[in-house]
Design a protein around this ligand. Sequence first.
Ligand code: KG4
Ligand code: ZN
Length: 331
Amino acid sequence: MIILGIESSCDETAAALVQNGTNVLSSIIASQIDTHCKFGGVVPELASRMHAEAIVPVVADAVEKAGIKLADIDGVAATRGPGLIGALLVGFSFAKAFAWARRLPLAGVNHLEAHIYSLLLMQTPPTFPFIALVVSGGHTNIYHVTSPHTFELMGQTRDDAAGEAFDKVSKMMGLGYPGGPIIETLAKGMDPDAIKFPRSLLDKKGFDFSFSGLKSSVARYLHDHKIVNHEDKAQVAASFQAAVIDVLSTKLLNAARFKGCKRIGISGGVSANQTFATKLSQRAAKQGIQIFAPPVSLCGDNAAMIAARGTTMIEQGHTCNLDHDVFSRTH
Ligand code: KG4
Ligand code: ZN
Protein backbone atom coordinates (compact mmCIF):
# COMPACT_ATOMS: atom_id res chain seq x y z
CA MET A 1 0.00 0.00 0.00
CA ILE A 2 1.44 3.39 -1.05
CA ILE A 3 0.13 6.42 0.87
CA LEU A 4 0.63 10.07 -0.09
CA GLY A 5 1.23 12.13 3.05
CA ILE A 6 0.69 15.90 3.19
CA GLU A 7 1.75 18.27 5.99
CA SER A 8 0.94 22.00 6.16
CA SER A 9 0.18 22.73 9.84
CA CYS A 10 2.78 25.45 10.35
CA ASP A 11 5.63 26.73 8.20
CA GLU A 12 6.63 23.66 6.19
CA THR A 13 4.82 22.44 3.09
CA ALA A 14 5.67 18.76 2.89
CA ALA A 15 4.67 15.73 0.84
CA ALA A 16 5.89 12.15 1.05
CA LEU A 17 5.16 8.73 -0.35
CA VAL A 18 5.40 5.86 2.09
CA GLN A 19 4.98 2.19 1.22
CA ASN A 20 3.46 -0.24 3.73
CA GLY A 21 3.69 2.30 6.55
CA THR A 22 7.47 2.32 6.98
CA ASN A 23 9.27 2.39 3.61
CA VAL A 24 9.80 6.08 2.78
CA LEU A 25 9.92 6.33 -1.04
CA SER A 26 10.26 10.12 -1.03
CA SER A 27 9.95 13.00 1.44
CA ILE A 28 9.94 16.61 0.24
CA ILE A 29 9.94 19.55 2.64
CA ALA A 30 9.59 23.15 1.42
CA SER A 31 10.47 25.33 4.40
CA GLN A 32 9.20 28.91 4.72
CA ILE A 33 11.69 29.78 7.46
CA ASP A 34 13.63 32.30 5.35
CA THR A 35 10.42 34.33 4.95
CA HIS A 36 9.19 34.13 8.55
CA CYS A 37 12.57 34.74 10.19
CA LYS A 38 12.46 38.36 8.98
CA PHE A 39 9.45 38.80 11.28
CA GLY A 40 10.90 36.88 14.25
CA GLY A 41 8.23 34.15 14.07
CA VAL A 42 5.61 32.53 11.87
CA VAL A 43 3.14 34.97 10.25
CA PRO A 44 -0.03 32.87 9.77
CA GLU A 45 -1.40 34.73 6.73
CA LEU A 46 1.95 34.51 4.93
CA ALA A 47 2.18 30.83 5.82
CA SER A 48 -1.22 30.08 4.22
CA ARG A 49 -0.31 31.91 1.03
CA MET A 50 3.03 30.15 0.74
CA HIS A 51 1.42 26.74 1.31
CA ALA A 52 -1.04 27.51 -1.49
CA GLU A 53 1.86 28.30 -3.83
CA ALA A 54 3.95 25.30 -2.82
CA ILE A 55 1.49 22.45 -2.43
CA VAL A 56 1.17 21.39 -6.10
CA PRO A 57 4.91 21.49 -6.95
CA VAL A 58 5.83 19.79 -3.65
CA VAL A 59 3.41 16.90 -4.25
CA ALA A 60 4.57 16.61 -7.89
CA ASP A 61 8.18 16.51 -6.71
CA ALA A 62 7.39 13.80 -4.13
CA VAL A 63 5.68 11.64 -6.78
CA GLU A 64 8.58 12.08 -9.20
CA LYS A 65 11.28 11.34 -6.57
CA ALA A 66 9.38 8.20 -5.49
CA GLY A 67 9.51 6.99 -9.09
CA ILE A 68 5.82 6.09 -9.11
CA LYS A 69 2.74 7.06 -11.12
CA LEU A 70 -0.33 8.75 -9.62
CA ALA A 71 -2.22 5.52 -10.29
CA ASP A 72 0.09 3.69 -7.85
CA ILE A 73 -1.17 5.75 -4.88
CA ASP A 74 -3.60 3.79 -2.68
CA GLY A 75 -4.62 6.48 -0.21
CA VAL A 76 -4.05 10.02 1.03
CA ALA A 77 -3.19 11.23 4.54
CA ALA A 78 -3.10 14.90 5.50
CA THR A 79 -2.63 16.76 8.77
CA ARG A 80 -6.03 17.78 10.15
CA GLY A 81 -4.76 19.50 13.31
CA PRO A 82 -3.59 20.89 15.62
CA GLY A 83 -1.96 23.84 13.87
CA LEU A 84 -2.68 27.13 12.12
CA ILE A 85 -6.17 26.93 10.63
CA GLY A 86 -5.39 28.75 7.37
CA ALA A 87 -2.25 26.67 6.86
CA LEU A 88 -3.98 23.38 7.64
CA LEU A 89 -6.82 24.19 5.26
CA VAL A 90 -4.46 24.34 2.28
CA GLY A 91 -3.03 20.85 2.73
CA PHE A 92 -6.24 19.24 3.93
CA SER A 93 -8.36 20.74 1.11
CA PHE A 94 -5.75 19.65 -1.44
CA ALA A 95 -5.85 16.14 0.05
CA LYS A 96 -9.66 16.06 -0.03
CA ALA A 97 -9.69 17.08 -3.69
CA PHE A 98 -6.94 14.60 -4.61
CA ALA A 99 -8.68 11.74 -2.78
CA TRP A 100 -12.08 12.61 -4.27
CA ALA A 101 -10.76 12.93 -7.81
CA ARG A 102 -8.94 9.58 -7.64
CA ARG A 103 -11.57 7.81 -5.46
CA LEU A 104 -9.04 7.13 -2.71
CA PRO A 105 -9.48 6.83 1.08
CA LEU A 106 -8.47 9.93 3.05
CA ALA A 107 -7.03 9.94 6.58
CA GLY A 108 -7.20 13.16 8.64
CA VAL A 109 -4.07 12.84 10.76
CA ASN A 110 -3.42 14.27 14.23
CA HIS A 111 -0.07 16.07 13.92
CA LEU A 112 1.08 15.01 17.40
CA GLU A 113 0.35 11.33 16.83
CA ALA A 114 2.29 11.67 13.57
CA HIS A 115 5.34 13.02 15.45
CA ILE A 116 5.20 9.82 17.56
CA TYR A 117 5.12 7.83 14.30
CA SER A 118 8.41 9.45 13.24
CA LEU A 119 9.90 7.11 15.89
CA LEU A 120 8.31 4.13 14.14
CA LEU A 121 10.03 5.15 10.88
CA MET A 122 13.47 4.65 12.45
CA GLN A 123 15.56 1.71 11.22
CA THR A 124 15.31 0.22 14.72
CA PRO A 125 12.08 1.62 16.16
CA PRO A 126 11.11 1.29 19.83
CA THR A 127 8.86 -1.69 20.58
CA PHE A 128 5.59 -1.11 22.47
CA PRO A 129 5.04 0.06 25.12
CA PHE A 130 7.21 3.17 25.24
CA ILE A 131 7.16 6.72 26.61
CA ALA A 132 7.09 9.37 23.89
CA LEU A 133 7.87 13.06 24.12
CA VAL A 134 6.55 15.37 21.41
CA VAL A 135 8.50 18.56 21.89
CA SER A 136 8.18 21.35 19.33
CA GLY A 137 7.39 25.02 18.89
CA GLY A 138 3.76 24.41 19.84
CA HIS A 139 3.77 21.39 22.16
CA THR A 140 5.55 19.63 24.99
CA ASN A 141 3.54 16.45 25.54
CA ILE A 142 4.45 13.17 27.24
CA TYR A 143 2.56 10.05 26.12
CA HIS A 144 2.47 6.43 27.17
CA VAL A 145 2.24 4.63 23.83
CA THR A 146 0.97 1.07 24.23
CA SER A 147 -0.01 0.22 20.64
CA PRO A 148 0.01 1.87 17.19
CA HIS A 149 -3.35 3.43 18.10
CA THR A 150 -3.13 4.04 21.86
CA PHE A 151 -1.52 7.26 23.06
CA GLU A 152 -2.22 8.11 26.69
CA LEU A 153 -1.40 11.78 27.36
CA MET A 154 0.47 11.81 30.69
CA GLY A 155 1.50 15.47 30.81
CA GLN A 156 1.79 18.64 28.80
CA THR A 157 2.95 22.22 29.13
CA ARG A 158 0.74 24.58 31.12
CA ASP A 159 2.06 27.63 29.24
CA ASP A 160 4.90 27.88 26.69
CA ALA A 161 6.17 24.91 24.70
CA ALA A 162 9.88 24.11 25.06
CA GLY A 163 10.58 25.11 21.43
CA GLU A 164 8.68 28.35 21.99
CA ALA A 165 10.95 29.08 24.98
CA PHE A 166 14.03 28.54 22.77
CA ASP A 167 12.52 30.87 20.15
CA LYS A 168 11.64 33.59 22.68
CA VAL A 169 14.99 33.50 24.49
CA SER A 170 16.78 33.74 21.14
CA LYS A 171 14.60 36.72 20.20
CA MET A 172 15.32 38.43 23.55
CA MET A 173 19.03 38.22 22.80
CA GLY A 174 18.47 39.50 19.25
CA LEU A 175 19.65 36.23 17.75
CA GLY A 176 16.92 35.33 15.25
CA TYR A 177 14.40 32.61 14.44
CA PRO A 178 14.08 29.68 14.88
CA GLY A 179 15.88 29.94 18.20
CA GLY A 180 16.55 26.26 18.92
CA PRO A 181 19.45 25.62 16.54
CA ILE A 182 20.90 29.12 17.21
CA ILE A 183 20.91 28.63 20.99
CA GLU A 184 22.31 25.11 20.67
CA THR A 185 25.22 26.28 18.50
CA LEU A 186 25.92 29.27 20.74
CA ALA A 187 25.90 27.11 23.87
CA LYS A 188 28.60 24.73 22.59
CA GLY A 189 31.63 24.59 24.87
CA MET A 190 30.09 26.85 27.55
CA ASP A 191 29.52 25.84 31.18
CA PRO A 192 25.86 24.75 31.49
CA ASP A 193 25.90 25.34 35.26
CA ALA A 194 27.25 28.90 35.25
CA ILE A 195 23.84 30.51 35.81
CA LYS A 196 21.22 28.67 37.86
CA PHE A 197 17.93 29.23 36.03
CA PRO A 198 14.73 27.78 37.60
CA ARG A 199 13.47 24.27 36.87
CA SER A 200 9.68 24.61 37.16
CA LEU A 201 7.40 21.86 38.48
CA LEU A 202 10.31 19.47 39.12
CA ASP A 203 9.19 19.05 42.72
CA LYS A 204 5.64 18.16 41.62
CA LYS A 205 4.52 14.56 41.21
CA GLY A 206 2.78 14.95 37.82
CA PHE A 207 4.25 15.14 34.36
CA ASP A 208 3.16 18.64 33.33
CA PHE A 209 5.67 21.28 32.26
CA SER A 210 5.93 25.05 32.60
CA PHE A 211 8.51 27.12 30.73
CA SER A 212 7.19 30.68 31.07
CA GLY A 213 8.90 31.19 34.48
CA LEU A 214 12.23 30.17 32.97
CA LYS A 215 11.68 32.55 30.06
CA SER A 216 10.92 35.45 32.46
CA SER A 217 13.93 34.56 34.58
CA VAL A 218 16.20 34.74 31.50
CA ALA A 219 14.62 38.10 30.56
CA ARG A 220 15.32 39.44 34.08
CA TYR A 221 18.90 38.16 33.99
CA LEU A 222 19.55 39.79 30.59
CA HIS A 223 18.15 43.07 31.88
CA ASP A 224 19.88 43.06 35.28
CA HIS A 225 23.29 42.04 33.95
CA LYS A 226 23.11 44.19 30.80
CA ILE A 227 24.07 41.24 28.60
CA VAL A 228 25.23 42.48 25.21
CA ASN A 229 28.43 40.74 24.21
CA HIS A 230 28.66 37.42 22.42
CA GLU A 231 30.45 35.50 25.19
CA ASP A 232 27.89 36.50 27.83
CA LYS A 233 25.00 35.60 25.51
CA ALA A 234 26.62 32.20 24.94
CA GLN A 235 26.76 31.72 28.70
CA VAL A 236 23.07 32.52 29.06
CA ALA A 237 22.25 30.22 26.11
CA ALA A 238 24.10 27.27 27.70
CA SER A 239 22.52 27.75 31.13
CA PHE A 240 19.02 28.24 29.67
CA GLN A 241 19.39 25.16 27.47
CA ALA A 242 20.62 23.14 30.46
CA ALA A 243 17.49 24.11 32.44
CA VAL A 244 15.18 22.98 29.61
CA ILE A 245 17.10 19.72 29.12
CA ASP A 246 17.10 19.02 32.86
CA VAL A 247 13.32 19.44 33.14
CA LEU A 248 12.52 17.44 29.99
CA SER A 249 14.88 14.60 30.98
CA THR A 250 13.75 14.39 34.61
CA LYS A 251 10.05 14.29 33.71
CA LEU A 252 10.64 11.70 30.98
CA LEU A 253 12.64 9.42 33.27
CA ASN A 254 10.00 9.84 36.00
CA ALA A 255 7.27 8.92 33.50
CA ALA A 256 9.22 5.83 32.38
CA ARG A 257 9.73 4.74 36.00
CA PHE A 258 6.04 5.38 36.80
CA LYS A 259 4.90 3.17 33.91
CA GLY A 260 7.69 0.60 34.28
CA CYS A 261 8.82 1.38 30.71
CA LYS A 262 12.36 0.68 29.52
CA ARG A 263 12.11 2.72 26.30
CA ILE A 264 11.72 6.47 25.71
CA GLY A 265 11.33 8.11 22.29
CA ILE A 266 11.77 11.81 21.63
CA SER A 267 10.29 13.56 18.59
CA GLY A 268 9.43 17.04 17.32
CA GLY A 269 11.73 19.94 16.40
CA VAL A 270 13.45 20.26 19.80
CA SER A 271 14.46 16.58 19.70
CA ALA A 272 16.92 17.60 16.96
CA ASN A 273 18.95 19.14 19.82
CA GLN A 274 21.99 16.86 20.11
CA THR A 275 22.89 18.11 23.59
CA PHE A 276 19.42 17.04 24.77
CA ALA A 277 19.65 13.60 23.14
CA THR A 278 23.15 13.03 24.58
CA LYS A 279 22.34 14.19 28.13
CA LEU A 280 19.09 12.24 28.23
CA SER A 281 20.82 9.10 26.94
CA GLN A 282 23.54 9.40 29.61
CA ARG A 283 21.02 9.70 32.43
CA ALA A 284 18.75 6.98 31.00
CA ALA A 285 21.62 4.51 30.60
CA LYS A 286 22.22 4.61 34.37
CA GLN A 287 18.63 3.39 34.82
CA GLY A 288 18.74 0.76 32.06
CA ILE A 289 16.44 2.83 29.85
CA GLN A 290 17.01 3.08 26.10
CA ILE A 291 16.52 6.38 24.25
CA PHE A 292 15.20 6.55 20.69
CA ALA A 293 15.61 9.74 18.65
CA PRO A 294 14.77 9.89 14.95
CA PRO A 295 17.26 11.28 12.42
CA VAL A 296 17.14 15.09 12.15
CA SER A 297 15.20 14.86 8.84
CA LEU A 298 12.32 13.23 10.77
CA CYS A 299 12.51 15.39 13.94
CA GLY A 300 10.88 18.51 12.54
CA ASP A 301 7.68 18.71 10.53
CA ASN A 302 7.64 16.29 7.59
CA ALA A 303 5.05 14.36 5.61
CA ALA A 304 6.59 10.88 5.94
CA MET A 305 5.33 10.73 9.54
CA ILE A 306 1.87 11.87 8.35
CA ALA A 307 1.76 9.11 5.71
CA ALA A 308 2.95 6.54 8.29
CA ARG A 309 0.18 7.45 10.74
CA GLY A 310 -2.33 7.71 7.88
CA THR A 311 -1.49 4.18 6.76
CA THR A 312 -2.59 2.62 10.05
CA MET A 313 -5.72 4.82 10.11
CA ILE A 314 -6.71 3.76 6.60
CA GLU A 315 -5.99 0.11 7.46
CA GLN A 316 -8.38 0.46 10.42
CA GLY A 317 -11.04 2.24 8.33
CA HIS A 318 -10.61 5.53 10.20
CA THR A 319 -11.11 7.76 7.19
CA CYS A 320 -12.56 11.21 6.55
CA ASN A 321 -15.17 12.37 4.10
CA LEU A 322 -15.58 15.76 2.41
CA ASP A 323 -17.56 17.12 5.39
CA HIS A 324 -14.66 16.78 7.83
CA ASP A 325 -12.86 19.96 8.79
CA VAL A 326 -9.46 20.91 10.21
CA PHE A 327 -8.96 21.81 13.89
CA SER A 328 -6.56 24.22 15.58
CA ARG A 329 -6.29 22.64 19.05
CA THR A 330 -6.85 19.26 20.64
CA HIS A 331 -8.11 20.54 23.99
O1 KG4 B 1 8.35 20.20 15.10
P1 KG4 B 1 8.73 21.55 14.58
O2 KG4 B 1 9.57 21.60 13.33
O3 KG4 B 1 7.47 22.43 14.30
C1 KG4 B 1 6.39 22.53 15.18
O4 KG4 B 1 5.46 21.67 15.06
O5 KG4 B 1 6.47 23.44 16.04
O6 KG4 B 1 9.48 22.32 15.78
C2 KG4 B 1 9.99 23.62 15.65
C3 KG4 B 1 10.61 24.04 16.98
C4 KG4 B 1 11.07 25.50 17.02
O7 KG4 B 1 10.60 26.09 18.21
C5 KG4 B 1 12.58 25.38 17.01
O8 KG4 B 1 13.25 26.44 17.69
C6 KG4 B 1 12.79 24.06 17.71
O9 KG4 B 1 11.76 23.23 17.25
N1 KG4 B 1 14.11 23.48 17.40
C7 KG4 B 1 15.07 23.26 18.31
C8 KG4 B 1 16.19 22.76 17.60
N2 KG4 B 1 15.85 22.66 16.28
C9 KG4 B 1 14.57 23.10 16.18
N3 KG4 B 1 15.10 23.48 19.64
C10 KG4 B 1 16.24 23.20 20.29
N4 KG4 B 1 17.35 22.74 19.68
C11 KG4 B 1 17.38 22.50 18.35
N5 KG4 B 1 18.48 22.04 17.76
ZN1 ZN C 1 5.37 19.53 14.51
